[in-house]
Design a protein around this ligand. Structure first.
Ligand code: SAH
Length: 219
């Protein structure tokens, strides 16, 4: 067995530097976010057979019909969420393999994350623990409902695409808080950033993206 944590080949510092430079070239300029993209061992979030492609800027299949998000999109969403972020608590919908969770975790106080496929959540919980990430609370369930118990959240990040922004997620957003979500049907999704300005929700479009759908109901 090769110890995949020891940097050889695909996991080398140079490979990761190349990815970070690519994201910089595409306009990501939050240094803390770029540092996280460099630090998080993405090859441990994909199947071994795909590990050699882990530092390419592309989405990859992770089984159970799900994907690991493209590093650029993870960086862009994280950067947008943290812009002007003064809070502590983030709600994440669509844990998946936990790559987005791992990138964001050291940059906030606590992440509350929801995933509808329990088997995936179990694996991800274990993986994040192995990476010494402890400020994440996991919940199997339907993200459309959010997680009212710990609301309001300073940030909400959705990593699967609903047809329209779930109103329960907006309701769980603290004043001044921000929600980032891909919205729309397959093929025509738009990444939206919504800020709770107390008297209104301000919405900005961050461009086209491709995510798996935010499925309705429990698995
Ligand atoms: N955040 C991941 C990518 C997640 S892919 C990353 O960093 O790579 C989207 C995930 O959303 C899948 O795991 C899927 O099972 C989950 N999902 C889909 N519909 C959901 C719902 N209604 N509630 C919670 N999770 C959901």
């Amino acid at each position: 067995m090769i110890d995949v944590r020891k940097g050889i080949g695909m996991t080398s510092a140079r490979t990761r530097d190349r990815l970070v430079q690519r994201l910089r070239d595409q306009g990501i300029n939050n240094e803390a976010v770029l540092e996280q993209i460099r630090n998080v061992p993405r090859h441990l979030f994909v199947d071994e057979a795909l590990a050699s492609r882990a530092y390419e800027d592309t989405a990859l299949p992770i089984g159970l019909g799900q994907t690991i998000s493209q590093p650029y999109v993870v960086a862009r969403m994280t950067e947008a969420l943290l812009e002007g972020f003064a809070g502590e608590k983030v709600l994440e919908v669509g844990t998946g393999c936990g790559y987005q969770t791992a990138v964001l975790a050291p940059l906030v106080k606590t992440i509350y994350t929801i995933e509808r496929i329990p088997e995936l959540l179990r694996k991800t919980r274990r993986r994040l623990r192995e990476l010494d990430i402890y400020n994440v609370q996991f919940r199997p369930g339907d993200g459309w409902d959010g997680w009212p118990k710990y609301s309001p959240y300073d940030g909400v990040i959705v990593t699967a695409a609903p047809d329209e922004v779930p109103h329960r997620l907006l309701e769980q957003l603290a004043p001044g808080g921000r929600l980032i979500a891909p919205v729309g049907p397959q093929g025509v999704q738009d990444l939206v950033m919504i800020t709770n300005r107390n008297d209104r929700y301000e919405q900005v479009s961050l461009g086209a993206v491709t995510f798996v759908p935010l499925v309705k109901g429990q698995a």
